[in-house]
Write a new protein. Sequence first.
Length: 136
Amino acid sequence: MTIDQRNEAAVTSKEAFQAMGLKWEGTFAEAGAGGIRAVHRTLQERLAEIPHALHTDTLLGLSYHAVPGGDGFIHYAVVEVERIDEVPEGMVTISVPALTYAACTHRKKSRGSISLITISMPGSKNKVTRNITRII
């Protein structure tokens, strides 16, 4: 696999939104061994189950690193939804606040593009960093 990485970053804002999908929790080693790729594949297979999904051609990956220097984190493989009425079995919902973040683009030559977006929550006592990966 060849990845063309561009180092330009753009600061942008996104309004608050609701999302639905799958939750993964593990170590950085487990993520590197394919844990996150597997949860995104499962999300792709289950997209039709998500009611009121928006932009199903754009999968979002939200990583929450709650402990700086820790060896584990939580990752949500989700899609934005218009509203939340019912949640399919095994899925979760998440509310993402309005954010300002930096976005960098990485492109896989074999399968479209991936935009990696890092979000730093201002004023967070725990310095929580949220990474949103948008897979297009």
